[in-house]
Design a protein around this ligand. Structure first.
Ligand code: AN7
Length: 364
């Protein structure tokens, strides 16, 4: 095989559309290039003529879409001479920042809400050896503190208020269009801090706009559908929520930083926000695992819950092509998965042929 086929990450793939120069040292773990998987069984089961694809971002190097933004943010932090980065996080940003900081040889500080981080995310962040600062407060409080402390200590913020994060994350929209040959009709995704919906919309707009350097790849843009957990739905309330609560801890956020960008994405695309309960989120997570063999974390499953709801009501009509972003891997949150499947606990038998045979025949 030719060396030219070696994939080296999204900055190299899309460098003519990203703020890097030939001299920029790229900090990468070969993120991006994630699979766009067409669902087979769920559309058949619901009896609707729809094409649903999932963009499985849980297959990025640290298991979430955050790696797309982090390769850019850390690359630019290093280029500017930064020795340390900081973020507030519901878990995935901290894991990603920690990994890319190691790759760059700089320090990472992460502020996380005590007791509200999924186990896999905590394990990763510990292994990557970031300095973990747990706070007795939620993500929004951590975000406010990070913004304050950056004025008092030599650290670069790598939350999505750092514009380079959205630059990296917009490449997911490029990949979808490059894979499908055109934009989908609808794009469904979870909304927490609202960086990702803003980044996708930026990417879709850039690929559909002629500029001095690039001719538009397509004229088409999708309708953007942003979904929130019922207990953490500031876009449905029209204002920040003081005490956000949801089992989908990744999106347990009440004061989204990309508020204006996300509203612009909704308005410009003709899309909408909606909210779903924890039970609906978990049901969608299980459905995807049990009907398609795809295991995403709870926050990600809200894109399936929302798409299926909007298909059911006809807001997304038959004949549509839909992309749902699965933002994080199911392995991030083993506790919630095991609790949800408690009723189907494994059977324990004697280590003996007849007992194994009986266990098979009883469960056919
Ligand atoms: C799996 O890690 O905010 O609307 O600190 O981890 O761009 O915030 C995570 C967010 C969706 C929401 N799905 O995306 C963090 C953090 C997963 C996530 C979101 C997050 P944004």
């Amino acid at each position: 095989m030719s060396a030219h086929t070696h994939y080296t990450g999204l900055i190299n793939r899309y460098r003519d559309r990203l703020p890097v120069s030939d001299n920029t040292r790229i900090i990468s773990l070969n993120e991006g290039n994630t699979p766009l998987i067409k669902l087979n069984n769920i559309p058949r089961m619901i009896g609707k003529d729809v094409e649903i694809y999932v963009k499985f971002e849980g297959l990025n190097p640290t298991g979430s879409f955050k790696d797309r933004g982090m390769t850019m943010a850390i690359t630019k932090a290093v280029e500017a001479g930064s020795q340390a980065v900081i973020c507030a996080s519901t878990g995935n940003t901290s894991a990603s920042a920690a990994a890319y900081a190691v790759r760059a040889g700089i320090k990472a500080f992460v502020l996380i809400p005590e007791g509200k981080i999924a186990l896999g995310k905590l394990a990763q962040t510990l292994m990557y050896d970031a300095t973990i600062i747990q706070i007795s407060g939620n993500f929004d409080k951590g975000m406010a503190l990070v913004k304050e402390v950056a004025d008092h200590a030599p650290v670069t913020i790598v939350n999505s208020i750092n514009p380079f994060r959205l630059e990296g994350q917009k490449t997911a929209a490029f990949e979808i269009i490059d894979d499908l040959g055109d934009a989908p009709d609808y794009h469904c995704l979870p909304v927490g801090n609202a960086g990702n919906i803003s980044a996708y919309w930026k990417g879709y707009k850039e690929y559909s706009t002629d500029s001095e350097t690039h001719k538009a790849v397509t004229k088409k843009r999708p309708i953007m559908c942003g979904y929130q957990a019922a207990g953490a739905a500031p876009f449905l309330a029209g204002k920040p929520i003081e005490h956000p609560e949801t089992i989908a801890t990744a999106i347990r956020i009440g004061n989204p930083q990309s508020w204006d960008y996300a509203w612009a994405a909704q308005k410009e695309s003709g899309g909408w926000f909606d909210k779903f309960t924890d039970d609906e989120i978990l049901a969608a997570q299980k459905l995807l695992a049990q009907y398609e063999g795809i295991f995403c974390e709870p926050a990600s499953a809200i894109s399936i819950a929302g798409a299926l709801h909007n298909i059911g009501t006809g807001e997304i009509p038959e004949g549509s092509r839909i992309v749902c972003t699965l933002t994080g891997n199911g392995l991030k949150d083993p506790d919630t998965a095991i609790k949800q499947c408690a009723a189907a606990h494994p059977v324990t038998i004697d280590a003996e042929l007849n007992a194994v045979k009986k266990a098979i025949l009883d469960n056919m």
